[in-house]
Design a protein around this ligand. Structure first.
Ligand code: G3H
Ligand code: ZN
Length: 283
């Protein structure tokens, strides 16, 4: 069933686990995520990035996701990932998204608050949950690029003010993760995470979680992370499976013979993450 992201955030915060948020761009990816959630009896966020919306179109993403969510026995939220502007948020809400992220982290503090607050004011009466971002998460996700020099960690006191003044349901924080493939081992600032959690008491979101070690993920969940975004590791699983099919049979022309194994490989990654995040069995 399709539910508001708020429902998933609230249950995760209460239960001390994190719900995985996985990016979808086509039907096979969507099926991989939903099948994993059903098999694990786990709540799940489906999410569409800027690149995903550009690739598939918001109508297709929303249409497919709603069909899958309505068929599913587990609670599913459909989230706009890194929403860039107000009109895109409105468009997604109109198409039936049940969660929106507004990422105004590129703006100065006051402007970030103003745009995020504007989104909360329209989303809340629609029963749609909101996620804001404070601090700048480094790395590359589709068109959003933040260099290591521009990445800045979230300040706990600013986070408390941001949450208070915007009224967001969840907050994405920068504590050392980055989007895309890591060059070295990511170093997470757990002390900062503890300070942010103590100052805000709001469900916190970890972006750029692909490539973060299992032990660090567990530590982050124990310290208040309630939603974890994964995209890159799914892409790797999907692409590796297709490469394997083509390496074994270079003459293969049936898309289903490539996308089927890719879907299966991706499903296994999603299931693994759900168990790691503690959301398995929590539907
Ligand atoms: O918003 C999406 C995620 O933060 C993706 O992170 O590149 O580490 O998978 P990732
Ligand atoms: Zn992200």
């Amino acid at each position: 069933m399709l539910v508001s992201g708020k429902e998933l955030f609230t249950a995760a915060k209460k239960g001390g686990y994190a719900v995985g948020a996985f990016n979808l761009n086509n039907m096979e990816i969507l099926q991989a995520i939903i099948e994993a959630a059903e098999e694990e009896n786990s709540p799940v966020f489906l999410q569409a990035s800027q690149g995903g919306i550009k690739y598939a179109g918001v109508e297709y993403i929303a249409g497919m996701a709603k069909v899958a969510a309505e068929k599913a026995k587990v609670p599913v939220a459909l989230n706009l990932d890194h929403g860039t502007d107000f009109s895109q948020v409105v468009q997604c809400i109109r198409h039936g998204f049940s969660a929106v992220m507004i990422d105004a982290s590129r703006y100065p503090f006051e402007e970030n608050i103003a745009l995020t607050r504007k989104v909360v004011e329209i989303a809340e009466p629609c029963g749609v949950s909101t996620e804001g971002e404070l601090g700048k998460i480094g790395g590359v996700e589709d068109d959003i690029k933040v260099s290591a020099a521009d990445a800045t960690f979230t300040d706990p006191q600013e986070a408390a003010e941001f949450v208070e003044r915007t009224g967001v349901d969840a907050l994405a924080i920068a504590i050392g993760t980055a989007h895309g493939v890591y060059k070295g081992k990511p170093k997470l600032d757990f002390e900062r995470l503890e300070q942010i959690a103590a100052a805000t008491d709001i469900p916190l979101v970890l972006h750029g979680a692909s490539g973060v070690g299992d032990e660090d993920v567990r530590k982050a969940v124990e310290r208040g992370i309630c939603k974890i975004n994964i995209d890159t590791e799914l892409r790797i699983a999907f692409a590796s499976a297709i490469k394997k099919v083509l390496a074994e049979n270079p003459d293969e022309i049936d898309a289903r013979k490539m996308l089927g194994p890719a879907r299966d490989a991706m499903k296994e990654v999603v299931k693994y993450k759900m168990r790691l995040f503690g959301s398995s069995g929590k539907a």
